[in-house]
Design a protein around this ligand. Structure first.
Ligand code: ATP
Length: 238
């Protein structure tokens, strides 16, 4: 199968300490692939490597057949890989509208920008109601939606979502997963890092389990969800 993203032998670390110790993973075009694992397993480090925020120590990252290993983050964003970082990180002092505008800066023309904005606001009617509000005053769930909306303004070819449900009230968690399902329905390619393994495995076409920097298990979402070790470690033993 041809993949949009192909990672092979990837090693990433901080100084001499390796957090990701030689992983292989693929994300086919149009698929939702999830990466689950405990705190400190190396999930965020992997995402930072893919978006160019962290230099790789070894291995290769190929995007649409092109080697992008150690390409600077701004060039990776321009290629169409957009990350929604853990903790959201919207521009708190700016309005919702201004945050969305920033996400769409690279739109080729005003018409494309306008249609992307309309699409994003269709996904997130709550943002439509709050366009002129300061982003920092939104609730956590609304900020997560804005962070997602801002990434979508860049019409990403690959969306990297790092713990989108973290710290959110249950109702927002449900809403975020619904939006991910909608995006999947539209054919958006997504690599999803989640601690909410249950919800992630339900939505994922394919899943990888990361433990202490190694991929210990991978397979189609439902198969990984049925694995006894995954059930014991990540799905509450049910
Ligand atoms: P979490 O769910 O807690 O975010 P994670 O799976 O995303 O966990 P990482 O944040 O990638 O894990 O961390 C992997 C390892 O790298 C951990 O041992 C962590 O302590 C270490 N680490 C992460 N960030 C840094 C940093 N900036 N400097 C040094 N070590 C770091």
């Amino acid at each position: 199968m041809t993949s949009l993203l192909d990672v092979s032998g990837l090693r990433l670390g901080y100084g001499r300490t390796m957090a990701v110790k030689g992983i292989d993973l693929s994300v086919p075009a149009g698929a939702v692939v999830c990466l689950i694992g405990a705190n400190g397993a190396g999930k965020t480090t992997t995402m930072r490597g893919l978006s160019g925020l962290l230099r790789t120590a070894a291995g290769t990252i190929r995007f649409d057949g092109v080697d992008i290993t150690n390409t600077p983050a701004h060039r990776i964003a321009r290629l169409g890989i957009r990350q929604v970082p853990e903790g959201r990180q919207v521009f708190a002092e700016m309005t919702v509208e201004e945050n969305l505008r920033l996400g769409g800066l690279q739109a080729p023309d005003a018409r494309t920008f306008g249609s992307r904005r309309a699409q994003v606001l269709e996904h997130f009617p709550r943002l439509q109601e709050r366009l002129s509000q300061q982003a920092g005053l939104l609730s956590g769930g609304e900020q997560q939606m804005l962070a997602l909306g801002r990434a979508l303004m860049g019409a990403p070819r690959l969306l990297l979502l790092d713990e989108p449900s973290m710290g959110l009230a249950p109702l927002f968690v449900e809403e975020i997963f619904q939006i991910i399902a909608e995006l999947k329905g539209h054919g958006t390619t997504i690599l999803l890092v989640e601690q909410n393994a249950q919800a992630a495995l339900e939505i994922a076409d394919y899943a990888y389990v990361l433990e202490s920097g190694h991929i210990t298990l991978h397979g189609p979402g439902p198969e990984v969800a049925d694995d006894p070790q995954v059930i014991a470690a990540y799905l509450g033993g049910h």
